[in-house]
Design a protein around this ligand. Structure first.
Ligand SMILES: Cc1cc2nc3c(=O)[nH]c(=O)nc-3n(C[C@H](O)[C@H](O)[C@H](O)COP(=O)(O)OP(=O)(O)OC[C@H]3O[C@@H](n4cnc5c(N)ncnc54)[C@H](O)[C@@H]3O)c2cc1C
Length: 388
């Protein structure tokens, strides 16, 4: 092997540590999550026993340093965990995704050492995180947020509403973005670490959704919520930067969720077409069906390469914002196509809730919406392209 080949292994080549980690998550997903997926989807509620297992298995502090009880691992390991969980259940994947790629990443990067000491040990063992930027009137235009933060001398007081907050029903700690000075526009936006028990904080309505039904998505209500001064995350007025940079990383996680969903749908269709007989033979024997499977596998391979590359760029400390936006855009398009094709390959059975295809199809749709819609990814990519 040449030096170059040693220095740059193929993107999809996993190290021994990565292989062991991936296999452990795969085993967990199959034995402990899969049996509950259908019931959780029907009920629109995640099985409460599974979240503690995420913590016990070390899936909730993948990039948190070992001294705080984390795994001291890479973004790439987070991608592997999210992908494997999403192959079985996209809702399970998003609990782990938001906690690691949004919450933990923002806290590690922007939090002070006292905040790290105070929260990291709990975030690796029992405390679930959530990331609250969106509001009823501000989604794509996130920095038009209306939640206000008033300086009350020894504490801040937050008032407003957050909408669409993933993990909202179960989380104990929230990163909440509020504006400390509307006259400064987006430069007034500040991030706060808000505990569920803080006075004036309440979790509101839970959404009944098309897909990722078992993942909780809730409203948050802040009525003069009292937040200690020590719970400002990063500098006052830098919340917009924290949001943008955290979401750049988060998008790689959504990419991982989407390749997991597509991969689960492809595996289900591949098995089904070999069992289902029409015209006296397995439908897998028809070239038309084979070509459809081949196209799905090719799309998935391209999406996976993009997601893995974005994660490896991030881990190498190289610029990755463009690649992350492209990976999120493309993998969600691929998941949309692959799950739709998978459903069609199941024929009428694909339309029934007794088979897995329709759930993959519903779960895929969210990838084009959260952490920036597809249009917002295109806007980011175009901006970077035109900047040269
Ligand atoms: C299940 C779920 C979970 C979520 N979890 C979270 C969470 O944990 N935390 C959080 O903060 N938010 C979360 N969100 C919110 C999510 O990020 C927003 O829904 C998303 O950013 C889109 O915002 P919007 O819904 O207001 O749509 P809008 O911004 O109103 O967009 C509507 C349409 O207009 C298009 N559009 C808007 N502006 C432009 C433009 N300038 N150019 C071209 N097209 C444009 C969009 O692409 C889209 O197609 C979640 C949403 C869902 C559905």
């Amino acid at each position: 092997m040449s030096d170059l080949a040693t220095a740059a292994p193929p993107l999809t080549h996993l190290s021994e540590e990565e292989t062991m980690f991936r296999d452990a998550v795969r085993e967990f997903a199959q034995t402990e999550v899969a049996p509950h997926v259908h019931a959780m989807d029907a009920a629109g509620k995640f099985n409460a026993d599974i979240i503690p297992r995420f913590f016990e298995l070390g899936l909730m502090g993948i990039e948190i340093p070992e001294r705080f009880g984390g795994a001291g691992g890479s973004m790439f390991l987070a991608v592997l965990a999210i992908e494997e969980l999403a192959r079985v259940d996209a809702s399970a994947a998003i609990y782990v995704d938001v906690h690691n790629t949004l919450f933990n990443n923002a806290l590690l990067r922007w939090g002070g050492s006292e905040q790290h000491e105070r929260y990291c040990p709990r975030l690796t063992t029992e405390l679930l995180g959530a990331f609250a930027l969106s509001e009823p009137a501000s989604g794509s235009d996130a920095f038009a947020l209306e939640t206000k933060a008033e300086d009350k001398g020894d504490h801040w007081e937050l008032t407003g509403r957050k909408f669409w907050i993933t993990n909202g029903a179960e989380a104990g700690l929230f990163i909440i973005f509020a504006n400390t000075d509307f006259t400064k526009g987006y430069k007034g936006i500040t991030a706060f670490l808000v505990e569920r028990e803080f006075p004036g904080f309440a979790v509101g309505k839970k959404e009944d959704k098309l897909g990722i039904r078992a993942s909780s998505t809730t409203e948050l209500i802040l009525e003069a919520c009292r937040v200690p001064k020590a719970n400002v995350l990063g500098p006052v007025g830098q919340g917009y930067k924290i949001a943008i940079e955290t979401l750049n990383e988060g998008r790689i996680g959504i990419g991982a969720q989407m390749i997991g969903v597509a991969s689960g749908a492809l595996a289900a269709a591949t098995a089904y077409v070999q069992e289902r007989k029409q015209f006296g033979k397995a439908i897998a024997e028809f070239q038309g069906v084979q070509f459809q499977l081949a196209q799905m596998a090719t799309d998935l391979e391209a999406a996976r390469l993009m997601v893995y590359n974005a994660a490896r760029l991030k881990d190498a400390g190289m610029p990755f914002a463009r690649e992350a936006a492209m990976a999120k855009l493309f993998s969600s398009q691929v998941a949309d196509r692959v799950t739709s094709q998978s459903l069609e390959l199941f024929g009428g059975y694909g339309y029934s809730k007794e088979y897995p295809a329709e759930k993959y199809y519903r779960d895929a749709k969210i990838g084009t919406i959260y952490e920036g819609t597809s249009n917002m990814q295109l806007q980011t990519i175009a901006k970077l392209l035109l900047k040269g």
